[in-house]
Write a protein that binds this ligand. Structure first.
Ligand SMILES: Nc1ncnc2c1ncn2[C@@H]1O[C@H](COP(=O)(O)OP(=O)(O)OP(=O)(O)O)[C@@H](O)[C@H]1O
Ligand code: NI
Length: 263
């Protein structure tokens, strides 16, 4: 089966230092209804990969090469306008610090309306109603009040769930979650995990970046282990938890986590 998103030989380097690659010849495929976990120590290049996929790296500073194909469309050569319309609609990303995704000086509702209208030619009232609906779908409380709030008055968990609601408005078929549960307390973490699991069941392809191997074990089907910008091991989550080959993977997994994941 062909994947929704196929990444081949992806490299990211600094223009100033072409000899040192940050992401080195990375290959993976995202498939419908499946989650791929990207794990590895801090600085191993996970966020760089996400940013390269969403074209968030400054092209003056970074050199991105290889191929990223979404439904047979090459994204690295896609025009800026087409890429903008794809990102935020069919390909969405949620990040660790939702606070950074919102503008502190504008009410949440106005930002949601703006993001909806960036992809659909509709009036403000209609966009507002879609926004409310999106928040309600995630079972968020008092949605009208939320629309009327500024982000600094809301908790991290609430903002994270609002960000997911916004990411889902255009019914993406790929969702990239970069440490999306790391900053949350246990209750919000489990709510977000349930939401991600539900999306997977509805057919979304999930790229899950996480330090938490318990999260990977719960949600992911396949796992890729990164070290210093390279993929050093890959397999199904079951294979990697049951019989990791590389010492580094074994170290990441650790005896305690293996037990905690129930595998
Ligand atoms: N703005 C930048 N300029 C130059 N190099 C950078 C920049 N941002 C990141 N890097 C380099 O890219 C490497 C990979 O960073 P990246 O943020 O992708 O790591 P990560 O795996 O996401 O780590 P973490 O788990 O801490 O989020 C870093 O080690 C750093 O050397
Ligand atoms: Ni990161």
């Amino acid at each position: 089966m062909n994947g929704l998103l196929e990444v081949k030989n992806l490299c990211v380097g600094l223009k100033e230092q072409p000899s040192r690659l940050i992401v080195k010849h990375v290959d993976f495929t995202l498939r419908q209804g499946k989650a791929l976990a990207l794990v590895g120590e801090s600085g191993s290049g996970k966020t760089m990969i996400c940013k390269a996929l969403m074209r968030l790296l400054n092209r003056k500073k970074f050199e991105v090469s290889g191929s990223i194909r979404y439904r047979e469309v090459g994204l690295l050569t896609l025009k800026e306008k087409e890429m903008r319309s794809l990102c935020g609609s069919k390909m969405a990303m949620i990040v660790q610090h939702p606070m950074t995704a919102f503008n502190p000086t504008i009410k949440i509702g106005a930002q949601i309306i703006e993001s909806i209208r960036a992809h659909r030619k509709i009036g403000k009232k209609e966009a507002y109603d879609i926004g409310i609906q999106a928040l309600e779908q995630l079972n968020l409380p008092r949605c009208e009040q939320l629309m009327n709030s500024y982000c600094h008055t809301l908790s991290g968990g609430m903002l994270q769930r609002i960000m997911i609601a916004v990411a889902l408005i255009h019914q993406p078929d790929i969702l990239i979650a970069d440490e999306a549960t790391t900053a949350l307390d246990v209750k919000n973490q489990s709510m977000v995990l349930e939401e991600l699991d539900y999306l997977k069941k509805r057919g979304i392809a999930l790229l899950l970046i996480t330090h938490d191997l318990g999260v990977a074990a719960k949600l992911a089907d396949d796992m890729v282990v990164m070290k210093s910008g390279e993929i050093i091991e890959r397999g199904t989550v079951f294979e990697l938890f049951a019989s990791p080959r590389e010492a580094y993977t074994k170290e990441l997994l650790g005896a305690r986590l293996m037990k905690g994941a129930g595998l």
